[in-house]
Design a protein around this ligand. Structure first.
Ligand SMILES: NC(=O)C1=CN([C@@H]2O[C@H](COP(=O)(O)OP(=O)(O)OC[C@H]3O[C@@H](n4cnc5c(N)ncnc54)[C@H](O)[C@@H]3O)[C@@H](O)[C@H]2O)C=CC1
Ligand SMILES: O=C(O)/C=C\C(=O)CC(=O)O
Length: 359
């Protein structure tokens, strides 16, 4: 029998090709007069484009966003926002840039307008992450939830194929863990399955388009479908507890400096295999959404067949770091369908290190 608590989140979502053009209206609708535009150094030109669209509503551009939001960068960006008298932050980019917007909001309460250009899903969550002294901590605070999100699939056309695949699987991870979270509910399950299915069917079209699918329209259609899936997957992450998969990835990212979406992509099949005996219904739904008989196998194949890395060794982890990663991951308590068993988690990490396909 259903029994659940569901808190709807209040973000305004504008979705569709060309949505970026609505930026000035949407900043105005927030009641803001001066926006600080945030980006990574690599997306400085895009930030300048957003600033040009905003015209007199631009306070300035800060292009210093860095993955996992080091506290030093968060403090610097907050100081710049104060100096320039910004009353709103426009975060244009992936999870790193949106994370920086969240860090400013956490400190100052400034509203954030997010324009995501990857599939990480951070724009839909009130989860923030900050890294200090080699440790990443995450928290939840409603102040950091972006008030408005502009999803413009045209902005994702430049996302390299490799990053598109790993970022899409990062989004699948949110939905997969939602399906076995103790605090999930029927609405979230629907969104999770739909999100996984959209990403599962359209990622291969981005990575390996058939000759007939190579037109600009077909490419945009596939990008739009994956972005739609990412929106759903981010929305479900916002409402559930993160379990072993996300905790392992945060440990590997925060303490071993591994890249975020690649780490998610490699660890997810093994985290699912770990939890499979304790969460059979979630596995059935994930497998079905991906058109397969096995959830761990389907995620592994989606990565491998579309050119993503499948071994932690290949993105910089060494075998002699596994024990420390295991200790760090076990040093926190968090809900997980299967109890946290050291030997089995060590084996999970070894399998991920070597890139073995889960049985
Ligand atoms: N708080 C939350 O709910 C979530 C937070 N995150 C956080 O987000 C960070 C990772 O974000 P990601 O989106 O994976 O990567 P990212 O934001 O670090 O982007 C990776 C690189 O790709 C570039 N890039 C992004 N979009 C592009 C595009 N369309 N075209 C060309 N280049 C583009 C960026 O400028 C950057 O150089 C991590 O710190 C992670 O913890 C991720 C998911 C959810
Ligand atoms: O670091 C954060 O901002 C917190 C959450 C996530 O990164 C979610 C994820 O692991 O994709």
């Amino acid at each position: 029998m259903n029994q659940f608590i569901y808190t709807g989140r209040a973000a305004r979502v504008v979705f569709g090709p060309g949505s970026l053009r609505r930026l000035p209206q949407e900043v105005e609708a927030l009641g803001a007069r001066k926006a600080l535009v945030l980006s990574t150094p690599e997306q400085h030109d895009l930030a300048q484009r957003a600033a040009a669209l905003l015209g007199a509503r631009t306070a300035g551009v800060f292009s210093g966003a860095v993955m996992h939001v080091p506290v030093e960068v968060a403090r610097e960006a907050h100081a710049v926002a104060q100096q320039l008298g910004a009353d709103c932050a426009v975060a244009i980019g992936g999870g790193s840039t949106i994370g920086l917007g969240k860090a400013i909001a956490l400190e100052s309460g400034l509203p954030v307008l997010a324009v995501p250009t990857t599939y990480a899903g951070s724009e839909m969550t009130s989860i923030y992450g900050l890294t200090e002294g080699g440790l990443k901590r995450t928290g939840r605070d409603d102040r950091v939830l972006p008030r408005t999100v502009l999803y413009d699939p045209e902005l994702t056309l430049t996302l390299p194929v490799s990053m598109s695949v790993t970022s899409g699987i990062n989004a699948i991870a949110h939905a997969a863990e939602a399906l076995y979270a103790a605090n999930t509910n029927p609405i979230l399950n629907l969104m999770a399955v739909e999100g996984i299915a959209a990403i599962g069917r359209s990622l291969p079209q981005i990575a390996r388009p058939h000759p007939g699918d190579a037109s600009a329209q077909a490419r945009l259609h596939a990008r739009s479908d994956v972005l739609y899936g990412a929106w759903l997957c981010g929305s479900v992450l916002a409402n559930v507890d993160m379990a072993i998969h996300h905790k392992l990835c945060h440990t590997l990212g925060g303490s071993f400096d591994l890249p975020h979406s690649e780490t998610h992509t490699i660890v997810l099949p093994h985290a699912l295999a770990y939890n499979a005996p304790a969460a059979p219904e979630a596995m059935r739904r994930i497998a079905q959404a991906l058109g397969s008989a096995s959830a761990p196998g389907a995620v592994f194949d989606l990565a491998r067949d579309n050119g993503a890395p499948v071994a932690l060794r290949d993105i910089g982890l060494r075998a002699d770091q596994i024990d420390r990663a295991c200790d760090l991951a076990l040093s926190q308590r968090y809900p997980n369908p299967r109890p946290l068993e050291r030997d089995a988690i060590r084996q999970l990490l070894m399998d991920a290190l070597e890139g073995r396909r889960p049985a």
